[in-house]
Design a protein around this ligand. Structure first.
Ligand SMILES: *[C@@H]1O[C@H](CO)[C@@H](O)[C@H](O)[C@H]1NC(C)=O
Ligand SMILES: *[C@@H]1O[C@H](CO)[C@@H](O)[C@H](O)[C@H]1NC(C)=O
Ligand SMILES: *[C@@H]1O[C@H](CO)[C@@H](O)[C@H](O)[C@H]1NC(C)=O
Length: 349
């Protein structure tokens, strides 16, 4: 997936034709029920002065690796190495990349570390400092990104790969679908990250500029939720291209609401909701499972924005989501008289 995204990006690079000054890329989400028209996306990127990654005129090939190809345990970056069972392969790939002047692209997700381990210190996932951090070889690591990148440097060094440039293929923070996936934390993470990148401080082992692709530009409401409900909420923008939180892509700390996509066509003002005279909700149980599996009920899950809806509103939410994701087709609101189409806005803020 990472590679496909990069290729998509490469196309946009050509499309935009802009000169890369401050290199920062953004992965663009395509797994949505109504993906935005590419021309709106290009306009959004121009409006927000988000530059494409520094691929130069030549598009370099690479193979994206997830950060779980290596480990460091609790002893810090210098103890890191590629995982034993895949070490041979990853070392081969790394040497190949090195010999061919290609970058090593890695996806790093501090959010996932937090999601997978309840004891993971939140401050270490963000960039505010304040955490205890990790002390290693006279270096105090205060954020996971630095520790993770330097772990990778140690892994490469141990494999005899010394010159390969490390690029971050995907990094970001989701805004829904989990208690730590929310707009406040995403805003904090991104603005901390962008400020850090703008200062070109790099990591303790590799000071300087880092090429980074943010994940993601827009939400994808059809993405697989196997890894977690948050998967559909990685966007800095909602799937209709509207911003979620203030951000400063230049990293200068002047965060403001970015410019949303323009000329987006919306469906008509109608909603599919639970019929008032449907009193026995156990009768709609199978309809709910159906609507949830084909629509998107990730925002209703524990820790999510709509988790506190009443039971009846829950049902309306599910019916309506399926209806909207089916482009408001009349059949998509046919739940054996349990649902009706209405022009009254049933959404709650
Ligand atoms: C509600 O519907 C279920 C399933 O159809 C049924 O078993 C149950 O008896 C109904 N309850 C009432 C109070 O009508
Ligand atoms: C609403 O639906 C979600 C997801 O299916 C569930 O976790 C939650 O408990 C439901 N809430 C109510 C009040 O039924
Ligand atoms: C419906 O109401 C909600 C909550 O007030 C609002 O956020 C939303 O924009 C409205 N939708 C439309 C299509 O008017």
């Amino acid at each position: 997936m990472g590679r496909a995204m990069v290729l998509i990006w490469a196309c946009y690079y050509v499309l935009l034709g802009s000169k890369c000054v401050n290199c920062l890329g953004v992965n663009w989400g395509t797994q949505a029920s109504t993906p935005l028209d590419p021309k709106y996306i290009v306009q959004m990127l121009k409006d927000n002065k988000i530059m494409t990654a520094g691929l130069g005129n030549k598009i370099k090939a690479t193979i994206t690796q997830n950060a779980d190809v290596y480990y460091s345990g609790s002893q810090g970056p210098s103890a890191g190495d590629f995982r034993t069972e895949i070490r041979d392969t990853v070392v081969k790939i790394s040497r190949f990349l090195d010999q061919n002047n290609c970058p090593f692209m890695v996806n790093i997700y501090p959010f996932l570390s937090l999601y997978e381990n309840q004891d993971f210190p939140i401050e270490f996932a963000l960039f505010d400092g304040g955490g205890k951090g990790v002390h290693d070889q006279n270096i105090q690591y205060t954020n996971m990104l630095d520790a993770n990148l330097d772990t990778l440097s140690y892994c490469l060094k141990k494999a005899g790969v010394n010159n390969v440039i490390i690029i971050i293929g995907e990094i970001g923070w989701p805004t829904n679908g989990n208690k730590e996936a929310n707009v406040k934390m995403a805003e904090n993470f991104y603005n901390g990250l962008l400020k850090k990148l703008a200062m070109k401080k790099g990591t303790p082992l590799h000071p300087g500029y880092i090429e980074v692709y943010l994940f993601s530009l827009t939400d994808e409401n059809k993405k697989s939720i196997a890894p977690g409900f948050f998967e559909r909420h990685w966007g800095i923008f909602r799937y209709d291209g509207q911003p979620k939180f203030p951000i400063d892509f230049s990293g200068e700390g002047n965060a403001k609401m970015p410019v949303g996509a323009k000329h987006v066509k919306y469906l008509s003002h109608q909603w599919c909701v639970l019929n008032d005279d449907m009193k026995n909700l156990s009768r709609v149980k199978t309809d709910l499972d159906f609507a949830c599996s084909l629509g998107d009920c990730t925002s209703l899950s524990y820790g999510s924005t709509c988790n506190k809806l009443s039971e009846r509103k829950n049902v309306s939410y599910l019916f309506n989501m399926y209806f909207q994701m089916s482009q408001q087709s009349v059949e998509a609101c046919d739940f054996n008289e349990a649902a009706k189409i209405t022009n009254n806005n049933y959404s709650t803020a």
